[in-house]
Design a protein around this ligand. Structure first.
Ligand code: SF4
Length: 354
């Protein structure tokens, strides 16, 4: 059975809807101009749902002002203080992330009523670092069973208040624990609430990228997860780029530029790495699906280019550009220099976008 469909502003999470990509602003509300700049940049990069921390009254007051600057749904991340949740909902939050077990019975009732009134969902976000005392004491450590039980308990609190617009996340910084926790919860997810999947505090661009890709990728391949967030100690734009690349690699979303590049060997006479990097950076904003192959020599170049929309290979220090036209691969540039070849490919991708 599929996951329940939950509306987060104009984006639907769950059901047969595409896996959405999320990120979180790293700039606080106290640097409002910078925050707006970052949020807009994330929107431009392709973030589907954006989250911001609302740690105090001042942030809650500015929440509505930030929302007015954006087209994508804006989520308020709340810890402990239910008054901030109420203020963020009043300011137009499209979803709140709060753990009902942390804010007391009466307070959660007030928050749920406010969420119902505004028709917005709540994400129960369980983290291995902030498990409730009672669950932690029962299991002795934040093991996957403990994380799944905590998520279940938090969901039940909302269900008892007749609230079902729920999204659930169960994150650990350990990849294997994260995968196991989601699997356990998924087997007891009686409401079929959609799952927000990610590995928390995964680390730097180098290690965090691998941890998130393995954790999120494994779960998505099992059909677990409706929305994802890469958690990286890096500019949040990197989270969006990584998430989109993963979804493309799994065939779950098809938009954007995919670069195929060879690892190079002694046969190449061009700098494949530099060219592939340059094309990837310059084509980041392209939304329509476009596949580019960058190959070091003619051994595999034409073959790979046949699978791509456009391909470039090195040949005696010069560049040959192949293009698919009417199903056939033809040479469109021969003996080109690096700049001519690069410009040709960039223009072709942009042309395709029109
Ligand atoms: S495409 Fe050519 S340069 Fe690249 S790895 Fe294969 S043989 Fe080597």
């Amino acid at each position: 059975m599929g996951y329940k469909e939950i509306k987060v502003g104009a984006v639907t999470v769950g059901g047969a809807f595409p896996i959405s990509v999320q990120s979180m602003c790293s700039v606080p509300f106290s640097r409002f101009k910078e925050l707006v700049f970052q949020a807009k940049e994330l929107e431009e990069t392709g973030c589907d749902i954006l989250r911001v921390s609302v740690p105090d009254k001042e942030s809650a007051e500015l929440f509505g002002k930030l929302k007015k600057e954006l087209k994508i749904p804006l989520v308020a991340d709340i810890h402990f203080d239910h008054r901030l949740a109420l203020a963020a909902i009043d300011a137009g939050a499209d979803k709140i992330r709060i753990n009902p077990g942390n804010i007391g019975t009466e307070n959660i009732k007030t928050v749920v009523n406010k969420a119902k009134e505004h028709g917005i969902p709540i994400r129960v976000g369980v983290n291995s670092g902030s498990l409730e005392k009672v669950v932690l004491e029962k299991y002795g450590a934040p093991v996957p069973e403990a994380l799944a039980e905590s998520a279940k308990k938090n969901v039940e609190i909302l269900e008892k208040l007749d609230f079902g617009d729920i999204i659930v996340s169960i994150k650990s910084s350990d990849v294997v624990s994260t995968i196991k926790s989601y699997r356990i919860f998924d087997s007891i997810n009686s409401g079929r609430y959609p799952l927000h999947v990610g590995v928390t505090e995964a680390g730097t661009l180098k290690s965090g990228l691998i941890k998130n890709s393995v954790g999120i990728g494994a779960l998505l391949l099992e059909g677990i997860g409706s929305t994802i967030r890469y958690s990286l100690s890096a500019p949040p734009n990197e989270e969006i780029t990584a998430a989109k690349t993963l979804l493309r690699a799994l065939g779950l979303r098809k938009e954007g530029v995919e670069i195929i590049a060879c690892p190079t060997c002694g046969r190449t006479t061009i700098d494949v790495t530099e060219l592939a990097d340059e094309l990837e950076n310059k084509l980041t904003g392209v939304k329509k699906r476009f596949k580019v192959a960058v190959m070091g020599c003619v051994v595999n170049g034409p073959g790979e280019a046949a699978e791509a929309d456009i391909g470039v290979t090195g040949a005696a220090g010069k560049y040959v550009v192949f293009k698919k036209e009417n199903g056939k691969t033809i040479v469109v540039l021969k003996d080109a220099d690096r700049k001519t070849a690069t410009d040709f490919i960039i223009n072709a991708a942009k042309e395709n976008e029109r």
